[in-house]
Design a protein around this ligand. Structure first.
Ligand code: B3K
Ligand code: ZN
Length: 880
């Protein structure tokens, strides 16, 4: 560890800033060796602070080389201020002062991708959460909001495009081939929303007329070679702008909205005011190079960042413990948007699968934390599935409890009341209470208690009385720092499915109700269930109305009945998942005990019905045909036998494939889309189904290999091409075809970085033996570099999270590999290295020898001298 142990920051220690910064004037002089940043801050004592004599302590960091400080134009001597690695302290200020600092920084040597850095030939920034302090000394906290003016000076030939937040107000040429542009952002904002870009960029332009008739210029800046990949993002942006007006009544506020695509970026994108910076993977899309999944990802990330303009920028967070205020709400908003643009049920299934796989695993592990954490060492470690996705579920539950109308009223109150402010989650909940008149006191536990609640339900049908009694019991396992939990408010959307479908549940004839649980044990009696021969099947938690683990002892027949008859699409899918999950659990145990594996013919029959029913939505069938992933089976298992899980799942896939090969083939041909490619829900659904069928056909005989080979050669879009490639690569009988397909693919796309990432990813996920060696060979390939986060995620991340059977090889080679990569990366790029830690943190769920080897790897990492705090925090907490 570095000199001192990292400090833990506590929510309860929050204090308002002793100073405000009303205006921030920045001058960036971008140079080859040095960049000079001059910051002029108009500061004042904060009347809300109870420390009216406090020193001004500006945040800074090691990379700042301070050249000069002045107060009200008077240069300070060195004894007039105190400067260390983390701060600049100025004593004895009056009520108001103008502070000017001048620092030199070296963005060209900045590998962390925080603050100002270079990506390929351009300069760009990433300031959230605390990157602004790597640029200049500042009050780098979200509750200090300031009006920014930014002048950028750079060489005109290499950096013709100079961008920052807001509107350009002045530009001109300077001597020595240099030029400048000055930007002014009229909206006060925290420093984390600051952005600067300089480079040779081409631009795709469009415009949008807002609901009140204002014209907004829309610009997407990319490298010239990528100009043909911007249309989808532009269309998505315009859809998002309209949608936010219509659904949330939120209008865009500046005259320009810019997106810039950069290759080297730690995450998907960043919502800087008026100047969103995007990872190329989250903005570029073209049918020839981009899969359907990536098209949809672009749409949802463009929307997410755009929606932040209100939920995050206009109303921002008081401190980083409130992160879910903007992230949970914005994820909720972008998922509603995607549901409206595509298929709502498909979107819900995808979101819930993701939540169950990743968030439930986080909740069950050493890094479990509430949606509103109460402490952290490194805030970047808290951009988590809990804060984002569980946070979104919590917002969704509020909407379910309040109803759509009161929820919208609540969001209007929230935005209007807090426009221009930095607020807390409490203010959001309060606005929802004010709009609805509901008391959400108990509901607030969702923000404070970590862990995934368990909900057990028993039912009893009394034919004579015509009643169905549902007994609910909720509990929540202990999580780090939280041994005991109080009962949650759980909105349970439910119905009863009779032989012909949904039954009326009340005198009004409703076939679905939201039943609210708020006690540990609660009973619901539904009457009037008459003239029903068989006990109706409860359809519980429709649409996954609360993020819990549901336990109900369904029989196989009941699940099959729900699969075919439940009016709720999500629960039809979920019934199928439960059916296959039960079988997989049993077969995993059999495989682990080396007992013979036996297929369940009822599952084959259920799948057959799906395959032959042409009236079903192909997208839904595609989802229903997919077994729970290995990652999800890992999450659900008490003890993870990775090999047995892999074998059991493969066995079921093989049995389904051989039992239903004719049906898979028919489906494959039926859904071979011939129209011109469009990334719309209908076509995406058909391609998904066709490619799922192909993946099963690969397990039957040579037919699959032939089909995949032909599809690979003739595909006119990347979805089909990549699916065929992945099928070939994973097929033991297609080694030759796979190797020539990989070569051909490489030849064709060697200049397309994003496509080559897919090429790396497909190979990283190849579950056949020898995976680690293949990955290590690929690390030497020109398409890979340890300096680009997308490549690390594709190859190293792909291997460790999408190739579980090989990563968890009992010889520990996967852990050794990951440990070394984390250690090579940690000081270069702490955030990317920290993300790679996740698989190791789950060590307690593995049997020996894996368990000890994972723990040892963590220990070696924890013992590393000079460890960055991002990694230290995860290693230490995981070892506890
Ligand atoms: N707000 C950014 C995430 C920043 C992550 C900093 N470690 C992107 C987003 O959620 O929209
Ligand atoms: Zn976000």
């Amino acid at each position: 560890m570095k000199d001192a142990l990292p400090q833990t920051i506590f929510l309860q220690d929050y204090k308002v800033s002793a100073f405000t910064i009303d205006k921030t004037d920045l001058v960036f002089d971008l140079g080859v060796e040095q960049t000079r940043v001059t910051a002029t801050l108009t500061v004042a004592r904060n009347p809300l602070s109870d420390e009216q004599n406090a020193d001004l302590v500006l945040h800074g960091s090691q990379g700042l080389s301070l050249q000069a400080v002045s107060v009200d134009g008077q240069r300070l001597q060195e004894d007039g201020y105190l400067c260390d690695e983390e701060s600049l302290t100025i004593k004895g200020l009056a009520g108001h002062a103008v502070i000017t600092t001048e620092v030199l920084i070296q963005p060209q040597n900045n590998t962390t991708m925080m603050g100002l850095y270079r990506s390929r030939t351009m300069y760009c920034t990433q300031c959230e959460a605390e990157g602004f302090r790597d640029i200049t000394y500042y009050l780098d906290r979200p509750d200090v909001m300031s009006e920014f003016t930014t002048k950028i000076i750079a060489d005109k030939t290499h950096y013709p495009v100079l961008l920052s937040n807001g509107n350009p107000i002045e530009r001109g040429d300077l001597d020595a081939g240099r030029h400048f542009v000055t930007w002014h952002d009229p909206f006060a904002k925290p420093a984390y929303l600051f952005a600067l870009v300089a480079g040779t960029l081409s631009c795709v332009e469009d415009s949008f007329t807002t609901v009140s008739g204002r014209q907004v210029a829309l610009q997407i800046f990319v490298e010239e070679k990528d100009l043909d990949k911007c249309d989808h993002a532009m269309v998505s942006l315009k859809h998002s702008m309209r949608w936010d007006e219509q659904v949330y009544g939120r209008e865009y506020d500046l005259d320009i909205f810019m997106i810039v695509a950069v290759d080297d970026f730690n995450m998907g994108a960043m919502e800087n005011k008026g100047l969103n910076i995007f990872n190329t993977s989250a903005v570029l899309a073209n049918p020839k190079t981009t899969t359907d999944a990536a098209f949809q990802r672009v749409e949802s990330i463009v929307a997410h960042e755009y929606f932040h303009n209100w939920s995050g920028n206009r109303v921002t967070c008081r401190d980083w413990f409130q992160l879910s205020l903007k992230e949970g709400f914005t994820v909720y908003r972008d998922s509603q948007f995607s549901a409206d643009m595509n298929s709502a049920t498909v979107k819900r299934i995808e979101d819930v699968s993701y939540l169950r796989t990743h968030q439930f695993a986080e909740d069950g592990g050493p890094m479990a934390h509430p949606v509103q954490p109460d402490s952290y060492m490194e805030i970047n470690n808290f951009y988590t599935v809990t804060v984002y996705e569980k946070g979104s579920e919590v917002v969704g539950m509020i909407r379910t409890l309040l109803g759509a109308e009161a929820f919208r009223k609540g969001s209007d109150i929230y935005f209007d009341r807090h426009d221009g402010q930095a607020v807390t989650i409490e203010e959001f909940v309060q606005a929802m209470e004010d709009a609805s008149g509901r008391d959400l006191s108990q509901f607030r536990r969702w923000y404070k208690q970590s862990g995934t609640p368990q909900l057990t339900v028993n039912s009893h049908y009394d034919a004579a009385a015509g009643t169905v009694t549902l007994d609910f019991a909720q509990s929540c396992p202990a999580t780090p720092g939280q041994a005991q939990k109080q009962p949650f408010v759980l909105p349970v959307r439910l119905g009863l499915v009779g032989e012909q479908g949904d039954l009326p549940l009340n005198a009004e004839g409703d076939t679905e109700i939201v039943y609210e649980l708020n006690q540990t044990n609660q009973r619901l009696v539904i009457g009037g269930i008459e003239n029903v021969d068989q006990a109706p099947v409860p359809s519980l938690l429709r649409g996954f109305s609360a993020p819990v683990k549901l336990h109900y002892a369904y029989s196989k027949d009941q699940l099959i009945h729900l699969m075919a008859n439940d009016s709720d699409g999500f629960n039809r899918w979920d019934a199928g998942q439960q059916l296959s999950f039960a079988l997989l659990e049993k077969l995993t145990a059999d495989s682990h005990q080396q007992r013979p594996l036996e297929m369940d013919s009822q599952l084959i029959d259920a799948y057959r019905s799906l395959l032959i029913d042409e009236s079903l939505d192909p997208a839904m069938v595609a989802l229903m045909l997919q077994l729970p992933s290995e990652a999800q089976l890992h999450e659900e298992a008490d003890v993870i036998y990775a090999d047995a899980i892999h074998s059991a799942r493969l066995f079921v896939r093989q049995s389904l494939a051989s039992g239903l090969s004719d049906q898979f083939l028919a489906v494959y041909h039926r859904h071979n889309v011939e129209q011109t490619y469009a990334p719309d829900a209908t076509q995406i659904g058909r391609r998904a189904l066709k490619n799922v069928a192909l993946s099963y056909l690969m397990l039957v005989d040579d037919l699959g290999v032939e089909l995949a080979g032909a599809q690979f050669s003739s595909a006119d879009n990347m979805t089909d091409k990549a699916a065929a490639l992945s099928c070939l690569v994973n097929c033991p009988a297609a080694a030759e075809q796979a190797s020539s397909a990989l070569q051909e693919f490489e030849q064709q796309y060697r200049d397309e970085a994003l496509v080559m990432n897919l090429w790396l990813q497909v190979q990283a996920a190849n579950s056949q033996p020898g995976a680690l060696q293949r990955v290590e060979t690929l690390e030497k390939h020109a398409a890979f570099t340890l300096t680009n986060p997308n490549k690390i995620r594709s190859l190293i991340g792909g291997f460790c999270s999408a190739n579980l059977v090989n990563f968890h090889h009992p010889d520990g080679s996967g852990y050794e590999f990951l440990k070394q990569r984390i250690l090579s990366l940690h000081s270069r790029n702490p955030q990317v290295a920290a993300r790679l830690m996740t698989p190791l943190t789950r060590w307690k769920k593995f049997p020996e020898p894996n368990r000890e080897k994972m723990r040892d790897a963590l220990q070696v990492i924890a013992d590393e001298p000079e460890l960055v705090k991002d990694i230290y925090e995860i290693a230490i907490k995981s070892l506890q």
